[in-house]
Structures are given as C-alpha cells and as structure tokens.
Design a protein around this ligand. Sequence first.
Ligand code: SF4
Length: 78
Amino acid sequence: MQKIDPKEYQKRLDTLSEILNGIAHRADELSQQRCPYKNRHNQCTASFGCRNKRKPSTEGELPRCAGDDKLDYRKAWE
Ligand code: SF4
C-alpha cells in the first residue's frame, strides 16, 4: 500500500476547505435574499404560517409564495 505524504494530504485538505468555505459563504449570502423555504417553482414548502403564502394555482399543489425577495422574508413568518 502506498504511504500518504503528510504535506500533500494537508495541501489537499486546505484546497477542499477553501472550496467548501466559498460554497458556505455564498449559501449564507443567498439565504438572506431568498427564503430558504421557496422552491425553484416559487412554491412555499414551509409547514408554518407566513403572510406571503398564497393558495396554490392548482388544487393539491404546494402554496404559492408571494414574497418578492426584496424584503426580509423572516418578518412574515408566523
Ligand atoms: S410563503 Fe413565506 S415561508 Fe413560504 S417561501 Fe414564501 S416567504 Fe418563505
């Protein structure tokens, strides 16, 4: 079995850490602009009440989200 070079191992860990930190930072920024409960179809997946929640366009679908992503959506949660 081939031995692991500790310096090469650390270098790879640092690279991986840098990549994941960038992803986490961007996700953190986006979570402050778009409600994390809004799916890609602008439907609400939250199980709690919210003033931005509207009736679904078709019965049986998830409720629509009327939030405009410009305001702090967290104040609308009930
Ligand atoms: S209705 Fe409220 S909780 Fe649901 S996705 Fe929109 S802002 Fe988020």
